[in-house]
Ligand binder design. Structure first.
Ligand code: NAP
Length: 267
């Protein structure tokens, strides 16, 4: 069984060049982990590696890869299969907002490639090698939109629902092999995510956003406790519980009202 505090553990983090992935890298470096940092922007990964290396006796590997391509995904799964990885943070992903037919289909297929296809292949490589050694931990990053339909982000919400269902299933399969599998489902966090997805959340109250450091520390606590699912923060937990208590059309309609682009509201 993997002990989170064991010396010289190695974590591979996808999407480490910004946001939640970079915060995982910072926290795990402070805890003495060796790191493998994955994303497309190599310059960002090198900058982060230099920052984290400073004054620490840890090994940091930079692995630039586009998880939306066959070649990039192969580089990452090969690295996992090569061995020595004790934790995988399967975090890379992006969203897109707007009416389904207004978002280019290529962008949405790319999203499915990264959020679903690559996430599944990375988890497969990780669990296959961890189960042989009977130790390891996998964190798959979903979202609170995984718990409900997401009008005006239909494909994104569906990719996250896949991750939630998939990860809870893997959690049960993996426990007999001594591998911890946890689904991290954050609510809104200030990262580059909103700009890339085109979500206008500037007027959302501050209490709706979770600090990225808290998201990471709650996720690691959940791994330590061998939990299948963690929703960091009070507001997202309350929203998740509320969702379960009301008929399914309620959060669906509310999300439609909240996320419908202003220029379409007159229709
Ligand atoms: N922020 C939120 O409000 C929020 C809420 C719930 C869930 N999430 C989830 O949290 C995860 C991390 O998002 P974030 O908020 O940290 O957003 P972010 O700051 O935009 O980070 C996304 C990361 O994913 C990487 N990535 C995107 N496409 C990739 C590709 N094709 N190949 C390799 N890496 C790729 C990006 O790196 P490069 O661009 O350098 O490749 C970046 O490091 C995502 O799965 C997101 O869905 C975020």
């Amino acid at each position: 069984m993997f002990d989170l505090d064991e010396p010289r553990a190695t974590a591979l983090i996808t999407g480490a060049s910004s946001g939640i992935g970079a915060a995982f890298a910072r926290t795990l470096a402070r805890r003495g982990y060796d790191l493998v940092l994955v994303a497309r922007r190599e310059d960002r990964l090198r900058e982060l590696a230099n920052e984290l290396q400073e004054g620490r006796d840890i090994h940091i590997e930079v692995l630039p890869a586009d998880l939306g391509t066959h070649e990039g995904l192969g580089k990452v799964t090969d690295r996992i299969t090569t061995g020595g990885i004790t934790m995988v943070v399967n975090n890379a992903g992006f969203g897109a907002s707007g009416e389904f037919t207004e978002i280019p289909i290529e962008r949405q297929m790319q999203m499915i490639d990264v959020n679903v296809r690559a996430m599944t292949a990375v988890a497969h490589a990780a669990l296959s090698s961890m189960k042989e050694k009977h130790r390891g931990a996998i964190i798959n990053v979903a979202s609170t939109v995984a718990f409900q339909p997401g009008p005006y982000m239909a494909t994104y919400a569906a990719t996250k629902a896949y991750i939630l269902s998939f990860t809870e299933s893997l959690h049960e399969e993996a426990r007999q092999h001594g591998v911890a599998v946890t689904c991290l489902s954050p609510g809104p966090v200030h990262t580059e995510f909103q700009d890339i997805a085109g979500f206008d959340m500037e007027e959302w109250p501050a209490f709706m956003f979770e600090p990225v450091e808290r998201v990471v520390s709650e996720a690691l606590d959940a791994v330590r406790a061998r939990r299948a699912l963690v929703v960091p923060g009070v507001a997202p937990k309350a929203a998740m519980v509320g969702n379960r208590l009301v008929p399914r059309f309620v959060p669906r309609r509310l999300a439609a009202l909240l996320f419908q682009p202003d220029d379409e509201k007159t229709a």
